[in-house]
Structure formats: C-alpha cells, structure tokens
Write a protein that binds this ligand. Structure first.
Ligand code: HEM
Length: 156
C-alpha cells in the first residue's frame, strides 16, 4: 500500500502557490479586460478602473501578504535567506508591493476620476493610462522571473 505522508510544510507550500495564483492570475487578464471594455463598452471604462482599484485592495494585496507569510514560513522551516533565489524573489515581492502603493493605486484612482468626468480623451488620461500599462507589463515580467527563480532554485 502507498504511504501518504502529508506534512504541514506541504500545506503551507500549497497555500503559498494558491496565493500566487490568486494575487497574480488576475493581473495577466488585465490587458484583455482593458481591450475588451474599450472596444465593446467604452462607457464602462470608469467602472473598469474602479474594479481594478477594488481588486488591488481586496484581492491582490491580501493575497501577496499570504504569499509573503507562507514564503517566510517555508524559508525558516527548510531553507535560508542566504539562498539567492529566495533573496531575489523576496526583493521582487517588495518591489511589487511598492508599485501597488506608489503607482497602481493612485494611477487607477486618477484614471477612474478622469473617466467619470468624461475626460478619457485628455492628455492626462493618456499619460496615466500609459503609466499603468508600462508598470503593469513590468510587474508581469517580475512575476514570471519570480516563478522561474522559485521553481528552478538556481544555486541549489
Ligand atoms: C512574487 C512572489 C513569489 C512567487 C511568484 C512565488 C512562487 C513560488 C512557487 C511557484 C513555488 C513552488 C516551487 C516548487 O515547488 O518547485 C514557491 C516555493 C517556495 N517559495 Fe515562493 N514565491 C514568491 C515569493 C516568495 C517569498 C517572498 C519567499 C520567502 C520569503 C518564498 C519562499 C519560497 C520557498 C521557501 C518555497 C519552497 C520551495 C520548495 O520547498 O520546493 N517565495 N514559490
């Protein structure tokens, strides 16, 4: 008979990966949501920006906090912060937290306000939308790098 030994470490690793899916999965769908709303329902662009603000606050930041807490447990239990793949991913996660607070939250709020005032054709709206797209793309690249580092564990 096959012995099934499930450890608490396995449970925390599952929570860690689940939180990664919840936090970052939706971010990979943003470009499609954005293009679809602009094409099929431009009057709803303000609601899209408000949705992104709510997703940031209620889904992405809480899930990233779970990624961090579970990651800390895994590190202290079996690994060490001396591992470069852990140190680098730790730094990436903090950059993502920083971008969330310093770029995404204020930019999405400003885009929502401008769209609600009917100013989606303004220079400021174009500038803020470009900023959101640029930093959005950067975040996705950082997430891909983080997943690669976590899976490949270079140096181990
Ligand atoms: C953007 C942030 C992060 C992403 C996308 C991410 C992703 C992942 C993934 C996919 C795994 C599973 C790897 C495997 O089983 O081969 C994993 C495992 C792990 N992660 Fe993260 N992680 C992130 C942040 C962190 C942070 C900040 C820490 C430490 C504080 C951390 C510590 C760990 C550890 C120790 C493992 C266990 C590796 C194992 O036992 O095989 N992670 N992570």
């Amino acid at each position: 008979m096959l012995a099934l030994a499930i450890t608490f470490y396995d449970v925390v690793l599952t929570v860690h990966i689940l939180a990664v899916v919840v936090a970052f999965g939706v971010m990979f769908a943003y470009p499609v949501m954005d293009a679809q709303v602009r094409r099929a329902s431009p009057a709803d662009v303000a609601a899209l920006h408000r949705l992104q603000v709510a997703l940031g606050r209620r889904v992405i930041v809480p899930a990233m906090t779970v990624v961090l807490l579970a990651g800390l447990y895994l590190t202290f239990d079996r690994w060490s912060f001396d591992e470069p793949w852990i140190g680098a991913t730790f730094a990436i996660l903090f950059v993502l937290f920083g971008l969330g607070g310093a770029v995404f939250a204020p930019t999405d709020l400003r885009l929502a306000e401008l769209a609600e005032r009917g100013e989606t054709g303004s220079a400021e709206y174009a500038r803020e939308a470009r900023k959101a797209r640029l930093f959005g793309a950067l975040s996705l690249v950082l997430v891909v790098v983080a997943i690669f580092l976590m899976v490949a564990k270079p140096g181990v």
